[in-house]
Design a binder for this molecule. Sequence first.
Ligand SMILES: [Mn+2]
Length: 339
Amino acid sequence: MRLTEPLPSAESPLRTISGLLRDAHRWIVLAHVNPDGDTLGTGSAFVSTGRRLGKTVLWGGPSVVPEGYRFLAGTRDYAPDLLLAPLSPGVGDVVLALDTSTRDRSVRDLAVLAEEVPLVNVDHHEDNERYGSLNWIDPSASATGEMGFLLLRTLQQELSLEAAEGLYAAIATDCGNFTFSSTTARTHEIAGALVASGVSPERMEALIRNNHSLGGLHLRGRALGRALRVGPSAAMTWLERRDFDETEAEPSETENLVNELMTLKGVLFAVLLTEEEKDIRASLRSRGLLSAAAVARSFGGGGHPQAAGCRLPLPLEAARKTMIALLEDADVLRPFARQ
Ligand SMILES: [Mn+2]
């Protein structure tokens, strides 16, 4: 396929990274904590392509793969609670961190890597800490999957169907099925190339979205039933620990739930608070002037301007009050001016 945008130039990290991957004997592919479709879909594509290229490929991260993503190739060998030290990384190995903006979101012992082992950090989060020995950060990419496509295509002309499905899952989940403002012509061109190579959008939709448990549906119902408007243009809801216990829903059932709040007319900012064992996890979405990433950062979190997350070391009630106080400030919630 022909991309209308030029391929990155020779100085691009793309060429250096693909050279490293080609020369390495073993790839260690890392996903971030609480993995989502982007880190897992992109990882899956690297795992299957690496194996076809004759590499030894290990894949893992700090958490388990949520039930809903187990359709991705290679997830059966995914190592949860992965540590690098027992793998004795050395010359001939490459460690690839995908979609992981900070060291904290990766495996616990990332620091054990010796200087001769390249740590390649491929990500599209603007606030990426550039902790790799090689960093390719492209905030214009709607998903790390877009970058994965460009990388893998330099390594292998024809992607396998399972690799193409992984990349499609990564992109479709991270750009809200091609509806978020991060979606560009390049996003569609890459998705188009993946469809041309055999990916069925209908099959992917069924695998990705139509896989909730009844408990998960009830859990979402509880959150939606509590939704409230805050100030002129924000919405908020929350889930308590007992909601998970009583519905027997997996924590991953809340993925994308916060986006439901954005379907309320006039809502420019949405917050989902989830009570966890030690603190409250906040998922933030924005399509106004108030950056979700800026709010997340003010609580020690991070993300993208339109989608971000953080943790509040507070009881649920206090977390709710904190967020309401912040969102009642109407000034920061005006919509983007039309260009
Ligand atoms: Mn991502």
